[in-house]
Design a protein around this ligand. Structure first.
Ligand SMILES: [Zn+2]
Length: 51
């Protein structure tokens, strides 16, 4: 499952989420505020380096 970097349009939080396709973004909620107004910032795995 590829990971996408998304950003919440409501609170501005950026986070990574695993999606089978970009359409699955509709099923994803912001982990911070619960909004579904999300946009994909980058279709690449965001490496945090922290494990
Ligand atoms: Zn949010």
């Amino acid at each position: 499952m590829p990971f996408y970097t998304c950003q919440c349009q409501d609170c501005g939080r950026v986070f990574s989420v695993g999606l089978n396709s970009e359409k699955d973004l509709d099923k994803t909620q912001c982990p911070s505020c619960g909004s579904k107004k999300l946009v994909i910032v980058s279709p690449e795995l965001l490496r945090t380096g922290g494990g």
